[in-house]
Design a protein. Structure first.
Length: 326
């Protein structure tokens, strides 16, 4: 039984791919008292209301995480918060850097402030593999947000609220991901553009990501950065899974993009424990009574990267997962 069962939950960015998958899971499995969907787009909220048949347990708040006052109003009576709102496109961030700073950094601090002031019990913030040793602006803003949420436990030491972070890789089939894009080109009979045939990525399905976040609420004491043990895949195997023998051409790595992704850096490995299904990166400073979980220390100086992972998806594995998504 999860601590989320029968509770009041708020999801920032609740009309995104993760948010809708989390809400669907919660309605079916957690019997929530209510779920507050906090997002900016009225059309997406309307579409989500239709998707969930105007379930009476859902509350709909139009708002931006840049607006701390609105966040406080939305969090009234909320016990748990999933912070999924963010600007996420790597190349767009390179062109509009301060917009990403305002949403991903300032907006995250607003979530922290509002959660503490509203008496929220626990907050789990979603991060990204791009926040580890960030090369791009998006990754840098998410690393800053990760630090804000971990350090927020100092800020809230005299309060009930505790904060943790979940970091994972690309979500298979999510909005704006490569699978829908490739499928459209395949349907049109066009060759598939790949940035680099050597490219590798971490992959996780939406149901796996949702379950990982739910489990993290149960495990967390505040300050942990949780990283799931998930497989890697090669971009050429993804193409083979979608359309065997498809024609491809290389377009080169886009601004701010990495050839291989990383979720735990070599330096962070000194503070990392391995549990059954995850790694836990411990906070650098923890003066709020943090008790580290029981786990096996990972080998010092070994980064958790998509190209050196010990778990891999073959083209056949990817095809099976895609079929399950359909």
């Amino acid at each position: 039984m999860s601590i989320l069962e029968g509770s009041s939950i708020l999801v920032t960015g609740g009309t995104g791919s993760f948010g809708k998958a989390f809400i669907d899971y919660a309605l079916k499995n957690l019997n929530p008292k209510r779920i507050v969907i906090y997002s900016r787009d009225e059309l997406k909220q309307y579409e989500a209301r239709l998707r969930f048949n105007d379930d009476p347990r859902l509350r709909w708040f139009i708002g931006d995480i840049r607006d701390q006052h609105r966040l406080k109003r939305a969090m009234h009576g909320v016990e748990y918060v999933v912070h999924a709102a963010a600007l996420k496109q790597v190349d767009t961030a390179e062109y509009n850097p301060f917009e990403y700073v305002q949403t991903n950094i300032v907006g995250s601090q607003n979530v922290v402030e509002a959660a503490i002031d509203s008496g929220v019990r626990k907050v789990v913030a979603l991060s990204t593999d791009k926040a580890s040793s960030p090369l791009n602006l998006y990754g840098a803003t998410k690393l800053a947000a990760d630090k804000l949420f971990q350090s927020a436990n100092h800020y809230a030491a005299g309060y009930e609220t505790r904060f943790s972070v979940v970091r994972y890789g690309n979500v298979m089939g999510s909005r704006g991901s490569v699978i829908p894009f490739f499928r459209k080109l395949i349907d049109e009979g066009k060759p598939l553009p790949i940035t680099d045939s050597r490219m590798t990525r971490f992959w996780i399905t939406l149901p796996q990501a949702v379950q990982f976040v739910v489990d993290s609420f149960d495990l967390m004491n505040g300050g942990e950065l949780y990283v799931p043990r998930i497989p890697s895949m090669n971009i050429t195997d993804l193409v083979e899974a979608l359309s065997p023998g498809a024609e491809t051409y290389e377009i080169g790595i886009r601004p701010g993009e990495k050839l291989h992704e990383e979720m735990i850096s070599e330096d962070d490995s000194r503070r990392t424990l391995r549990l059954d299904d995850r790694y836990v990166v411990l906070p650098t400073i923890a003066h709020w009574g943090f008790v580290p979980p029981t786990g096996e220390p990972v080998e010092e100086g070994v980064a958790y990267r998509s190209n050196t992972n010990d778990l891999w998806l073959t083209a056949a594995d990817i095809r099976t997962l895609i079929e399950q998504l359909d």
